[in-house]
Design a protein around this ligand. Structure first.
Ligand code: NAP
Length: 277
């Protein structure tokens, strides 16, 4: 009988995760014999559940909210990008029996912006809203694309300032509160707050985006998010949500586990075709 390798996504909540569908589509496309399930794992059950998953022969895991920092602590060795972001979304059992931790979120965002949406990141002014785990994962990869400047704005101002300080050797970057955004303008505004998940929007001036600028919400849903709607209202050239990033970060995890790069466009197109617009 053919052997089937086991993968899963752990999170809390996890019911609406699209990861099982994405990895199923990747596996069919690349003819890989894998199973990929989802499991609701509260933070206090994480270590026990992840250890038992690998003991039973599991090959790899994705970890989402609120488990990425715990996965970072769990991983026995980490890639440089995971080390810097202090969060792990992908765990992989290696041939020597140790568990590798990686963070593919930043890669997913950059791929979706540049490759899928033809957005240039060099020499532009980027505003990142939010200073949580997702921001931490995307700031390094964004700075590597040599923007003119990145401003991080957050509800808790000190978190934005501290995060900017951590990265200020890699490029021009500042942290502030939302009030300081008055009279500033950006080419690209990235919403990395979780406000969209509760249909909320950070308080933003309506003239924050330059003409022909773009908006990107890391959050996604079956309908356009509150931030995506705001971007459309202020006439963004493109106002996108994080579905493309989700599929791209999953493709990078699939590559880490299986050594094969799946094609992402058919998967993004398929999931988009099932959404209400
Ligand atoms: P997190 O660590 O909990 O951070 C949440 C951030 O949102 C904090 O900066 C918080 O500000 C801010 N925030 C929460 N509610 C707010 C509100 N009502 N108004 C203004 N700011 C608010 O969460 P995370 O892991 O960074 O995730 C952030 C978002 O990214 C989520 O929507 C998540 O689904 C999405 N995400 C998407 C992908 C993808 O593949 N597309 C990958 C990763 C994450 P304070 O610091 O002041 O509390």
């Amino acid at each position: 009988m053919e052997h089937i390798d086991s993968y899963a996504v752990f999170g809390h909540p996890i019911e609406h995760s699209k990861s099982p569908l994405i990895h199923k589509l990747f596996a069919i496309q690349t003819e890989q014999q894998i199973e990929y399930t989802s499991q609701n794992v509260p933070a206090d059950q994480f270590i026990k559940t992840v250890s038992s998953f690998f003991e039973q022969g599991g090959k790899g895991l994705n970890c989402t909210l609120p488990l990425k920092e715990l996965a970072w602590e769990y991983a026995e060795c980490k890639t440089e990008r995971a080390e810097i972001s202090k969060a792990v979304n992908t765990l992989a059992m290696q041939s020597d029996g140790t568990v590798l931790g990686d963070n593919t979120d930043g890669h997913g965002l950059i791929k979706d912006l540049i490759t899928n949406n033809s957005i240039n990141l060099s020499n532009i002014k980027i505003l990142v809203l939010g200073a949580g785990g997702a921001s931490r994962g995307i700031i390094g990869p964004l700075l590597e694309k040599n923007p003119e400047r990145i401003v991080i704005a957050n509800r808790t101002i000190n978190k934005a300032k501290n995060l900017a300080e951590e990265f200020n050797k890699k490029g021009e970057i500042y942290g502030c509160g939302f009030e300081s955004l008055k009279n500033q303008q950006f080419d690209l505004i990235i919403n990395a707050t979780s406000a969209s998940l509760s249909s909320q929007l950070p308080p933003l001036p309506s003239d924050l985006l330059i003409k022909e600028g773009n908006c990107y919400d890391l959050a996604y849903g079956n309908e356009p998010t509150t931030f995506v709607r705001w971007g459309i209202k202020i006439n963004a050239s493109k106002s996108m949500d994080g579905l493309g990033m989700l599929v791209e970060q999953a493709a990078e995890a699939f590559f880490i586990w299986r050594g094969i790069n799946p094609e992402t466009k058919p998967v993004i197109d398929f999931i988009n075709s099932q959404r209400v617009n």
